[in-house]
Write a protein that binds this ligand. Sequence first.
Ligand code: MN
Ligand code: MN
Length: 299
Amino acid sequence: MDIFEPYFKAGEIARKTRAFATSLIKSGVSVLDLCEKIEGFIKSQGGEPAFPCNICINEVAAHYTAEYMDSLRIPEQSIVKMDLGVHIDGFIVDTAITVALDEKYMLLKEAAEEALRKALKSIRASVSVYDIGETISKVASTYNLKPIRNLSGHEIARYNLHAGISIPNIPLQGGKFKLYGVYAVEPFITEHWASGTVIESTKPVIYRCLSYKKIRDTEANVLLKTLWSRFKGLPFAERWIHNMNLKCNVQNAWFKLKNSNLIKSYRPLVEISKGSVAQAEETILVVEDGVIELTGFPL
Ligand code: MN
Ligand code: MN
């Protein structure tokens, strides 16, 4: 199991960071402060953020992180998803929790957690992802709630957050779990009257490099080289670039680079009918007799 050591180390850091983060999520708190504290905690433990800390509120399901100088605060009586990733030398774990700041969201949170718990219990080598999607959607319907059909868990590879197969939240064909595969399982649950679908909204705040090649523009090349050596193909936040100290005009370089075909952008994903969304996520390693839960999700 020595080859999995970096995963266990990343998992332990993620577990501690998640506990730290949970204690910080309260109404009135600045989302920018939260993201920076959570990312800083990961580094203080000897890990690197595998992607910007995501804080998604109410109908925002995924892919929101604080912008540069973001003034957003956690609203009162909201439902908050905190999604964090840790990597050690490219070995990634990915975990998320939901904090319900009002009683009315407790069932959403519980449904997402129970769906995750049931899914994790049924996974072993050669189980099909179809069955896991079915398990998740059955739990949602016992709560009279709905899974999000177009968000899914994913296989993880070194420096590759979304590698290989997807793990749907509804019964969909799409392959089987492999022995010694690493997977993030992440049920997203919304309200029964909602569509159960997310769409892209507003402007992107998360980006990643698709590849590195030397480009003509000297400034943009310096920045691309830095981004690639620091993050490889992992996601980064626009605000991280503002804080970089480079031998070029970072703002100019980023402006040129972000619209090139070497950079992919991610927009926040929002439930189309404004249904509130809960999420629970754990990363697992499939072993002979079941799975190892790498971040020790508190179930
Ligand atoms: Mn995640
Ligand atoms: Mn994930």
